[in-house]
Design a protein around this ligand. Structure first.
Ligand code: AMP
Length: 505
């Protein structure tokens, strides 16, 4: 049986009396509770007449019930399609029309919006949960059997569709199979040396690959407990750190925790490893974290289409600014436009292959064909370099590459130089239309105090970067626009300042 849930279920049954989810309210769900809830939801779903392969669109805040709902979908062979609760009516309309779900599970407060959208789209059913407590009662009231059978699936059968954040054009649905989930969960659990006494601190959203698959699967596959927090709150996380052994987070978690005066070696004495990804971790944050806590953060690299591709080693050197090596069973290459590997140290497109690579974009065969090569390598859209040992570094998204006066400028290289300056807290380098250069390099900076001037930056970078890489303009902002996963939204910056050089020659 290749249904990924069958593996999880075995672990849950064997550890039924162990804690599964430790909640901020001090309540705990044991694996027996989680199993029971999964069976209840599965039974309810069956009452709706769903069958394997049907899509279930879920737009709920993070809760144990929401996690059980995901697992119930896996169990029944349904395709779980999580959506950010922040999506608007128009966005929901697109996802409903694209995914054609048989069920939508959402919040009471958004019932009107969802009803209107779903009725127009003729979705077969609608379930609305007001909040997690009510959900629990509603499901408990169902007079279902003690256990619902786990549906047989092949490893290629779809388990989930994750819509990519889609900063340009239509959001694409990355189709992940049971085999994708199972292979990556096992690879990560091995790579990060999961222990029977591990306690994972999970404060990530679960509508995204990071919180749902990368973090949760490690704990679930081993039936170890998760401190399951509805959202990231630095104070709340500080309170839980002393009982956790592993934390997975985005770089913003780490920068926010560094602002907490109580963060020190004693407060993390129980921790085994801090893992970070979804956006670049700066060398400054890596260094500051090590200084305060004694831990070198383990940075890894992944995405909705492939879950995790590379990781810094658990044992062995973790190097700031790099994302480590391909996971066992996977291949990573840095390639030219034809997919041919470039020499070590040269910048190229990062391409990956392995059992983790998705099944394509939902109902977009042309897009899939553009991004997956005939030899199975997925063209990630990220640019990087690999050293002779295969250690990977990311230099930015290919669409963020700046071409100024015909020269390629990799924003990360300029950002690293800028972030090194004491007067700059963080920076984002973008290219803006310019009559002379095609694109001009522009630095958007968050100053540590006062304002940073172009003259200052010029002077500081003169001997560090070639002239064509140096910013033509410096813009001061109080913060950089980021999405929920901590990624800087360069498209927002490009739009905001698109006319900066409009009048210049
Ligand atoms: P998503 O599909 O939302 O998970 O976004 C995936 C993208 O996040 C990747 O293609 C990278 O551009 C970026 N990303 C993920 N992990 C890292 C990392 N450790 N460093 C830099 N960028 C990352």
């Amino acid at each position: 049986m290749s249904n990924f849930f069958a593996q999880l279920e075995q672990a849950f049954v064997a550890n039924a009396d162990s804690p599964a989810l430790l909640l901020a309210s001090q309540q705990a769900w044991h694996y027996a509770d989680l199993l029971q809830q999964i069976n209840r939801v599965a039974f309810e779903f069956l009452c709706f007449g769903v069958s394997a392969g049907d899509r279930v669109l879920v737009q709920l805040p993070k809760s144990p019930e929401n996690l059980a709902l995901y697992l119930a979908c896996l169990k029944l062979g349904l395709v779980y399609v999580p959506l950010n609760t922040a999506y608007t009516e128009a966005e929901l309309d697109y996802f409903v029309s694209d995914a054609e779900p048989v069920l939508y599970v959402g919040e009471q407060s958004r019932q009107d919006v969802a009803c209107a959208t779903l009725q127009t789209r003729e979705a077969r059913c609608l379930l609305v949960f007001s909040d997690s407590a009510a959900n629990m009662q509603q499901v408990q009231a169902a007079d279902g059997p003690a256990a619902v059978n786990t549906v047989s699936r092949s490893s290629e059968d779809l388990a989930a569709i994750l819509y990519t954040s889609g900063t340009t054009g239509r959001s694409k649905g990355a189709m992940l199979s049971h085999g994708n989930l199972a292979s990556n969960a096992k690879a990560l659990s091995d790579e990060w040396g999961w222990q029977p006494d591990d306690v994972l601190l999970n404060a990530l959203p679960i509508f995204h690959v990071h919180g749902l698959f990368i973090a949760s699967h490690c704990a679930l596959l081993n039936a170890t407990p998760m401190i399951f927090l509805a959202k990231f709150d630095a104070g709340e996380v500080m309170r839980h750190l002393p009982t956790a052994t592993v934390m997975m987070g985005v770089p913003t978690f780490y920068t926010r925790l560094l602002e907490q005066s109580e963060l020190n070696r004693a407060s993390v004495a129980h921790m085994r490893v801090f893992i970070c990804g979804s956006a670049p971790l700066t060398e400054q944050t890596f260094g500051a974290w090590e200084q305060r806590t004694g831990h070198r953060i383990l940075e890894r690299y992944g995405m909705s289409e492939t879950i995790i591709n590379t990781s810094n080693p658990l044992a062995g050197e973790r190097i700031a600014g790099t994302v480590g090596f391909a996971l066992p069973g996977q291949q990573v290459r840095v390639a030219d436009e034809d997919g041919k590997a470039v020499p070590a140290g040269e910048v190229g497109m990062i391409e990956v292959s392995g059992p983790n690579v998705f099944q394509g974009y939902w109902r977009m065969p042309e897009k899939t064909a553009e991004e997956v090569r005939p030899d199975g390598f997925f063209i990630t859209g990220d640019l990087g370099t690999q050293d002779a040992q295969g250690r990977l570094s990311i230099v930015g998204r290919s669409k963020d590459l700046v071409i100024s006066g015909g020269y390629n400028v990799y924003p990360k290289e300029v950002e690293v130089a800028l972030d090194d300056l004491p007067q700059i807290n963080e920076s984002a380098v973008i290219g803006l239309p310019h009559r002379d250069f095609g694109e001009a390099v522009v630095a958007v900076v968050v100053p540590s105090a006062g304002q940073v001037t172009l003259a200052e930056v010029d002077q500081a970078l003169t001997n560090k970067l070639a002239r064509f890489k140096q910013p033509k303009q410096v813009l001061n902002v109080s913060e950089l626009p980021r999405n929920t996963m901590g990624k800087v939204q360069k498209n927002v910056l490009r739009d905001r300042y698109s006319d900066l050089f409009a009048g210049s020659s």
